[in-house]
Structure formats: structure tokens, C-alpha cells
Write a protein that binds this ligand. Structure first.
Ligand code: DLL
Length: 431
């Protein structure tokens, strides 16, 4: 554990610390950010009305559009002179959102990433290969500062040139890989293409995140790379990676509650749900200086569990994110998440772990097609076998999801590989 004093803090002490930090944050945003002052006033509330952690529920939510409306610096609580770093979130449409960090924010971020890396097996002896993108995306630099804080040896390679990445890992004796889970799969495939075996590398573990990946995908990555694979979660608006991370128990991601207060809400009504219920994760930051966020709606779907963990950390655990409220595909009234399809495909284990969902509209009916790759051997030898497999996959997916789908087995390597976040869904209805 990187910081037992905080990661294994007594939960009563934690609540006291959280309340203190929450009060300070609320006073600050109320005084310094017109947006917060106005939205609190609309709710008829002042920071002084928040008398317990439970009262947090009385405050209004903040959403991504609020950042866009106040672009670029409108929600900052400090003078720009105090801001030493800008990142930008990876949103695909409209005005981007920018986030800022003071010197202390960068220090907090490095601390949180040191916790994340240590939980994923990093020590001073580790050689950490960072294949998350460097730049405005928070993945590369976020992991970088945490790894340096631990004293590990950092290889800041960023994404791309995958064969070169493999050679570097082999030659440098890399022990820990940091990238998206989809890129980890691509790296595993490239290792095989180069006639190497996982055993030719010294990799021991990987910290993978920035996109949803199923439990079955973990097993595939662990098997193909012969490593221990850990899930790490975060979002730019809150700080970047480092919001929550898996420990060796791999029974949920510990969310650093000394810096963030999580809630789960019903995304349709906004109502706060009891512990254990699945819903949208909402986060309030309680230590951020440049850009505090009050009840930020992440759109990520998960559950919370504050029962003690076998690892000794006391911070609440969030379940692996199953998807985003805005990634949910509604096919003829049935809600489908790409990760559910992924889980079924990998569970059956007869295809390659590369897939894409394509949605078309024929007349007024939506049609979901699942493209999934098969092995070279299967594709060239067994036309009849392919049809039978397509039928079996279709039956299994339909049975689990309760909606009819088309399954199309496609040639090896025909689905684009990603170096960052994979594009799992192609929605042709809006084109
Ligand atoms: O993806 C930060 C990050 C970098 C996290 C590297 C982990 C590793 P954004 O680009 O702002 O930030 O995207 C945030 O990505 O709201 C989730 O929908 C998704 N996401 C991030 N981590 C996970 C994860 C970074 N472990 C958005 N599982 C979030 C599922 C994830 N989804």
C-alpha cells in the first residue's frame, strides 16, 4: 500500500475529514465561481446549510454542459497565474472542455496515481511502460507522475508504433504496462506476430482503463500477456486517472474518498440510491484547488460497496464500470451495453476478442449487427463451421439480451485496432 495512513483510514475519521474538506470546498466555490453561486441560489441553498455529509444531496448537480457553457476558465476558482497545467477531455462533439491544475493539484494527482500503481504491483524496482497517449489526454502524464513519485523507472513511450513498443519492452525488461485494455490486446497480438512469446518479456502486471472492459476481457488479457491485469478509473473533469483503482483482491476499485465523495443516483430521476444499487456515479471533489467539481454527473454506471476489503484498504469500492448512460444502445426498446456483448462473446471463447457493434435503421426498425473476428484457421477452413458458429453466437446473445441481433464473423484483423479508446459502436442511424 502506498499510503496506509490514508488508504486504510478508519471510516469515522474519514467522514470527519470529508466533511471538513467539503465545507471548505463549498465556501470557496460559492464565493469565487458565479456559476456555483447562481445554481446554489436557484436551489435556495448556501454553504452554511450543509451541516452533514448527508446534506450533500441538497446541492444541485454539475454536468459536462456546465463546463462547456463556462469554457474555457469560467469554473476555475484560482487566478490563471496559479494554474500550471491544462488538460482537455476526450469528448467527440462540440466545444471541448478544459480542466486546470495548480501545483498542489498536480501533487495530489501524483499521490493518487502512486496509490494506483502500487496497488497494481509497482515498486521502485519496476520498469513502467506508459503507452497511454501523452498530451491533452490525462492518461499518459497522469500515470507518468505517479510512477516517478514511486521511484519506478518510467518509459514514456505514448501510443503508436506497436512493434517498436514490443521491442522496447523486451529490450528494457519492462515489468508493468499501462495502456487501454484494447491496446493491451493489440500489443499481445503484435507480440505473437513478431514470433515472440509473453515469456520473452518480463511483464508482470498492467494497469488498464479509460474505457469499459469486461471481467472476461481481463481473463483474455491476463492469459495472452501472462500478467496480472488491474482496472483503473478516472475522468478528466475530476482529475484524470487516479479516481479509483483495483487492489490485488480485484473485487472492485477503491475510490480515494479522502479526495472525492461518491454517490450513486438514478440517472432518470436524480434520486440518490442506497449502497449496492446500480446507477450513475456522481463525484464531488473535496481537495481540488483549480477546478473543484460539486456533484459532477460522470454518466458512468456502477455500484458502491463500503464493506471492508481483504487488502486492508478502507475506501469504498466501485464495481467495474459497465458502461456510460450515453453509450447505452436502445434496440427496439431493450437497453444494451457493448460490454454485455463483449462478456458473452468472450465467455463462449470461440472467436477472437475483437468485435464491433453496428446499428442500422431499416424503415423504422433498428437493427444491431455484431461483427466479430475469428482465427485465420477457422476463417479459411470451415465455411459450414462459420455458419454454425454464427447461429450459436446469435442464439446466445439473443437469449442473454432479449433482443434479436445479427452476428457476422469477419476475417482476422479486419476490425480496426485501437491505440487509445476503442470504438466499439458504429451507429449508422445518425449518418
Ligand atoms: O479516460 C482518464 C483515464 C486515463 C482513466 C487512463 C484511466 C486510465 P477521459 O478521457 O476524460 O479520462 O474519459 C473519462 O472514460 O467517464 C468513463 O466513461 C471512461 N473510463 C475511464 N476509465 C474507465 C474504466 C480518462 N476503468 C471516461 N472503465 C469516464 C470504464 C472508464 N470506463
Amino acid at each position: 500500500m502506498w499510503n496506509p495512513n490514508h488508504e486504510a483510514i478508519d471510516r469515522e475519521k474519514l467522514a470527519t475529514l470529508q466533511f471538513l474538506r467539503l465545507k471548505q470546498t463549498l465556501e470557496k466555490v460559492y464565493q469565487l465561481v458565479p456559476f456555483y453561486r447562481d445554481s446554489f441560489k436557484k436551489f435556495g441553498i448556501e454553504p452554511g446549510d450543509i451541516r452533514s455529509l448527508h446534506d450533500l444531496q441538497k446541492l444541485p448537480f454539475t454536468v459536462k454542459d456546465d463546463l462547456r457553457d463556462n469554457f474555457p476558465y469560467g469554473l476555475f476558482t484560482v487566478d490563471l497565474n496559479e494554474v500550471v497545467r491544462i488538460h482537455s477531455s476526450s469528448g467527440t462533439t462540440g466545444i471541448p472542455t478544459v480542466v486546470g491544475y495548480t501545483k498542489n493539484d498536480l501533487e495530489t494527482w501524483a499521490e493518487l496515481m502512486a496509490r494506483t500503481l502500487a496497488a497494481g504491483g509497482a515498486t521502485r524496482e519496476s520498469i513502467v511502460h506508459i503507452a497511454y497517449g501523452y498530451g491533452l489526454f490525462t492518461g499518459g502524464l497522469g500515470v507518468h507522475y505517479g510512477a516517478e513519485k514511486i521511484g519506478a523507472t518510467v518509459v514514456p513511450i505514448s501510443g503508436g508504433q506497436t512493434k517498436r513498443q514490443v521491442s522496447m519492452m523486451k529490450n528494457l525488461g519492462t515489468t508493468l504496462l499501462a495502456c487501454t485494455p484494447s491496446y493491451a490486446l493489440f500489443i499481445a497480438e503484435t507480440i505473437a506476430d513478431m514470433d515472440l512469446k509473453p515469456g520473452d518479456l518480463k511483464l508482470k502486471s498492467g494497469i488498464f482503463g479509460a474505457e469499459p472492459w469486461s471481467e472476461n476481457m481481463r481473463l483474455v488479457i491476463e492469459e495472452k500477456l501472462q500478467i496480472d491485469a488491474f482496472d483503473i478509473y478516472g475522468l478528466s473533469e475530476i482529475i484524470g486517472p487516479g479516481v479509483s483503482y483495483e487492489c490485488p483482491a480485484k473485487a472492485g476499485l477503491h475510490l480515494s474518498e479522502d479526495h472525492f465523495i461518491p454517490e450513486i443516483i438514478d440517472s432518470a430521476t436524480g434520486e440518490v440510491l442506497p449502497e449496492g444499487a446500480e446507477g450513475e456515479l456522481v463525484i464531488t471533489t473535496i481537495s481540488k484547488e483549480a477546478l473543484p467539481m460539486i456533484r459532477y454527473r460522470t454518466r458512468d454506471i456502477t455500484t458502491l460497496n463500503s464493506e471492508p476489503c481483504t487488502c486492508g484498504r478502507t475506501h469504498t469500492r466501485m464495481a467495474k464500470v459497465s458502461g456510460r448512460t450515453d453509450d447505452m444502445i436502445i434496440i427496439r426498446g431493450v437497453n444494451v451495453f457493448p460490454s454485455q456483448v463483449e462478456s458473452i462473446l468472450l465467455e463462449m471463447g470461440e472467436t477472437e476478442p475483437h468485435y464491433q457493434l453496428v446499428i442500422n435503421r431499416a424503415g423504422s426498425l433498428d437493427n444491431l449487427q455484431v461483427l466479430v473476428e475469428v482465427s485465420d484457421h477457422m476463417f479459411s477452413d470451415h465455411i459450414r463451421g462459420l455458419e454454425t458458429l454464427e447461429n450459436r453466437l446469435r442464439a446466445e446473445i439473443e437469449n442473454m439480451l432479449g433482443v434479436s441481433v445479427d452476428v457476422k464473423l469477419v476475417e482476422p484483423k479486419s476490425i480496426p485496432r485501437s491505440e487509445g479508446k476503442a470504438q466499439r459502436v458504429i451507429d449508422k442511424r445518425n449518418l
